[in-house]
Write a new protein. Structure first.
Length: 213
């Protein structure tokens, strides 16, 4: 009985530490000699990295944040067999990104890292959600609105998938659905300030221009 708990604990710790790597902060410090928390929205995520550090650096930050989530799932699959356990461990990569231990437990909003986790767990549904994200972003230029829209689409698709499966696959998909539901709640809660700005009409639109030199 000790070994499963040990493996779960190891996977959780690894996932959390991976997620906690403050990519945007490190990129700002190493390449631009700035603290990204003092610029733009002050958020330590890929969106603010795009705004503050520029197009190329922002995309690199985005990809690494996605990779953190994907790698956490891959490592969890090495140690664990149960889908519930894999999801539990992988979830802590997102927790780490949002509450990084390296920056006083204040990090990003977890969207990119969550996408990395979903890339391994539910790639087809993620592809549809990313399509919606892209369309909303192109039309509105609001990353926050695009993220919320994609999260809701992902939840809807996973709910539909859950309704269509039976037997062993039902338990597997139920675990995925609960995971997506929790992610959507996290995304919406972390975007409450953005939602208020959207309603008031003063939310910042994305700009790919480099603002800090």
């Amino acid at each position: 009985m000790m070994y499963p708990i040990l493996y779960i604990s190891i996977s959780v710790v690894i996932a959390y530490l991976l997620g906690s790597i403050p990519t945007a902060y490190l990129a700002g410090k190493l390449f631009m000699k700035i603290d990204i928390r003092e610029h733009g929205s002050g958020n330590v995520g890929a969106t603010n990295a795009l705004r503050v550090l520029g197009n190329k650096m922002g995309i690199i930050v985005l990809l690494i944040d996605i990779l953190k989530g994907a790698l956490a799932v891959y490592i969890a699959k090495i140690f664990l067999e149960s889908q519930w356990q894999i999801i539990l461990a992988s979830f802590f990569a997102i927790v780490g990104h949002i509450y990084t231990c390296f920056l006083g437990f204040k990090g990003g909003k977890g969207v990119a890292t969550a996408a990395g986790v979903c890339f391994i767990l539910i790639p087809v549904n993620l592809a549809f959600a990313l399509f919606v994200f892209s369309i909303v972003l192109i039309l509105s230029k609001y990353v926050s609105l695009s993220s919320i829209s994609a999260a809701l689409v992902l939840l809807t698709l996973q709910g539909m998938r859950l309704c269509l499966v039976t037997g062993h696959f039902y338990n597997h998909e139920l675990a995925n659905f609960i995971f997506v539901l929790i992610i959507v709640v996290f995304v919406i809660v972390k975007h409450i300030p953005n939602i208020k700005r959207l309603i008031n009409g003063n939310e910042n639109k994305i700009s790919l221009k480099k603002k800090v030199t």
